[in-house]
Design a protein around this ligand. Structure first.
Ligand SMILES: [Zn+2]
Length: 122
């Protein structure tokens, strides 16, 4: 892979990483103890008894449940992006983790964090 493309993909990965972190930060908190782990903020329903409060709490729980897979998905992408950036630094970037062949450059331009070639992922 030529250096120009590699630099281009590296920049893309960094940008993606930053935007996912912003997105995640809107509803999740970075887990300081576990690197790369994010916790969805569980909304606090504190104080008081009454129908409205309970109803609000139920809505918030529903929202939390809906956000979990989104959070998980973003976390996974972040992990893959970090891995790709590490490989760019240490070498081995752009190689399929499964068959070891070079991942198609067209594929990398769309998914710079791809870990497997198009054939293996299917
Ligand atoms: Zn492969």
């Amino acid at each position: 892979m030529n250096k120009k493309l590699l630099t281009e993909l590296k920049e893309k990965l960094k940008k993606q990483k930053a935007s996912i972190e912003v997105e995640l930060g809107r509803f999740a908190k970075k887990d300081e103890n576990l690197k790369g782990d994010w916790d969805t903020r569980f909304p606090k329903a504190d104080g008081g008894v009454g129908g409205q409060i309970l109803e609000d709490a139920a809505d918030q729980v529903e929202e939390y449940v809906n956000l979990l897979p989104v959070e998980h998905n973003m976390e996974l992408r972040l992990q893959n992006i970090d891995l790709a950036l590490k490989k760019i630094k240490k070498g081995g970037y752009g190689k399929c983790e499964n068959c070891g062949r070079n991942i198609d450059e067209k594929r990398l331009k769309v998914f710079p964090e791809a870990r497997e070639c198009g054939k293996c992922e299917k």
